[in-house]
Ligand binder design. Sequence first.
Ligand SMILES: Nc1ncnc2c1ncn2[C@@H]1O[C@H](COP(=O)(O)OP(=O)(O)OP(=O)(O)O)[C@@H](O)[C@H]1O
Ligand SMILES: [Mg+2]
Length: 337
Amino acid sequence: MAGELLSVRDLRVELASRNGTVHPVEGVSFDLDPGQTLGIVGESGCGKSMTLRAILGLLPRGGAITGGQVVFRGQDLLTLGRGQLRDVRGRSIGIIFQEPMSSLNPVMTVGDQIAEGPVAHLGLPRSAARERAVDLMRQVGIPDPGRRYRSYPHELSGGMRQRVMIAIALSCEPQLILCDEPTTALDVTIQDQILKLLLQLQESTGIGLILVTHDLAVVAQVCQQVAVMYAAQLVETGPVASVFAEPCHPYTLGLLRAVPDFDKVKAVLESIPGIPPSLIAPPDGCRFRQRCSFAEQDCAAGAFPLLPLAPDRASACVHWQSCRDAVRADPVIGQAS
Ligand SMILES: Nc1ncnc2c1ncn2[C@@H]1O[C@H](COP(=O)(O)OP(=O)(O)OP(=O)(O)O)[C@@H](O)[C@H]1O
Ligand SMILES: [Mg+2]
């Protein structure tokens, strides 16, 4: 069944800001099965991080979930109390953020930080948790883990710190790991190593993975499924190979055309002319229409939810066929396969 591990339904988030109420997530729905990797892509500010944060109840101050469901292994996380949610977060769902330095405790050894979860959530005695931490450090490729156990975060390189974050995320054998731009702060070769590591771990442990990124090449490399987000809404979902070969939303097409060669050029998402609409007072109709070369009059009013095109594909574009026909006439260069 689709969404056996995680099923997000019509998720809505509001954030109070000085200029008014921001709506960074509006009606987002997606499913994830065990062992699957889903990439969430979209321009800066479209709501990717808020979606991940909402799943775990980690919204910033002034943020609130105003609707929807986040069903994780049959249980709606939005109905849980703080304590229960903290337990799910520590134990069943790991999270990896972009900048490990801000998530690690600067005055605690990295080994103890990895051992903390197993003590708190799995009830392991200290000594066993320590052994487990050393094992995890080895598993994520930290050399000389016995010695590194006693290092403080500032004594490690960015790549090693991110490996520590991954070890922490894995420490209680979660079923799901959420990664928010886990490699953006790292240089390219380290990025590649970390992605390979995540992929390897995912293959060996069968955990589900959600990877938020700006980088379509990363999605092509790591993910089976992709969800394209634009101005707080999902506009296209489906298997990566199929969506990248034949996008059925003009925004996805725009993103792909901005990356002429996946192997050589990193995604420059901002190269689509125009800017996304305000998330405080978004316009009626399709939110991409002002930047869209396929837009027609019927795009100006109404709601544009994701609609199924095939059993495993969905698009929010009512003119998706025109988009697909344009792709067929002029295929996107540098396909995902
Ligand atoms: N603490 C906050 N208070 C008010 N608005 C916020 C806050 N944090 C983010 N926002 C707004 O919410 C929207 C979504 O932000 P979010 O961080 O989810 O974007 P994103 O897709 O992760 O972007 P990026 O790719 O830059 O990380 C943005 O328009 C942003 O301006
Ligand atoms: Mg973000």
